[in-house]
Write a protein that binds this ligand. Structure first.
Ligand code: ATP
Length: 213
């Protein structure tokens, strides 16, 4: 794929550093919020990961049937604004560039092939963890990454289905979600403080979420 300049820098640095521990944090990020940032930073700290990569879903196939999703290029701009220059966090356009449904199995297959020396830790919230068996090729996901589960406040969640090995990382419970933020914008409620200033600017500039879906 053709990575953007920032991602290109990231790939160059990774290929020079074999044997790294990388967190893979996939999401729709519509929009990215403080919960995402806090989780990524905390998991990185607790597990001593070298970096956490925010992988922006090009086509979040399990969500796109339910509501209209903000175009990937705008969600990418928001994630880049959120992650900014935060130490240890990077943005990956892998799934956007690949096109088609954003299957984590394909993403991990690509990463494992490109960075065979590195170990990948797939970070997911407990609400996503319960549905792991419904993902495309869950066997590949289980084989190619170590699973890291974090609890999330304010949303029912659980644990991965039987048979999955995982590590539970205790993170601060932050009751914030993208769906609540979209609702807040539609209701005219403030979101600054719950998203980075740069993210709020992108939302304003593109007039996102004015109508509740
Ligand atoms: P939505 O409300 O639209 O479903 P979301 O807030 O869950 O969106 P996603 O981009 O779908 O955001 O989430 C990406 C990942 O981050 C998922 O694994 C999700 O479980 C996790 N996550 C999101 N918000 C939190 C939170 N507040 N605490 C813990 N995990 C979270």
């Amino acid at each position: 794929w053709a990575p953007c300049p920032k991602v290109r820098r990231m790939l160059t640095s990774v290929s020079n550093g074999p044997g790294r521990e990388i967190g893979v944090f996939g999401g729709t990020f519509d929009p990215p919020h403080v919960g995402h940032l806090a989780i990524a930073l905390d998991v990185r700290h607790v597990l001593g990961l070298d970096e956490v990569w925010f992988v922006v879903a090009g086509d979040p196939w399990q969500k796109s049937g339910e509501r209209s999703i903000t175009p990937a290029s705008i969600r990418l701009a928001m994630v880049e604004a959120a992650v900014g220059e935060v130490d240890g966090l990077q943005v990956s356009t892998l799934e956007i560039d690949r096109g088609g449904p954003s299957y984590t199995a394909d993403t991990l297959t690509g990463l494992a092939a490109a960075y065979a020396a590195d170990t990948f830790h797939l970070i997911i919230g407990s609400d996503a963890a319960v549905g792991l068996d419904t993902w495309h090729r869950p066997d590949v996901v289980a084989e190619l990454a170590k699973l890291v589960v974090v609890d999330r406040g304010g949303r029912e969640g659980g644990r991965p289905p039987e048979g999955w090995s995982y590590e539970l990382v205790d993170v601060p419970a932050l009751e914030v979600s993208s769906s609540d933020l979209r609702r807040r914008v539609a209701d005219g409620a403030p979101i600054r403080g719950l998203v980075s200033a740069g993210v709020a600017d992108v939302i304003d500039a593109h007039d996102l979420y004015r109508e509740s879906s």
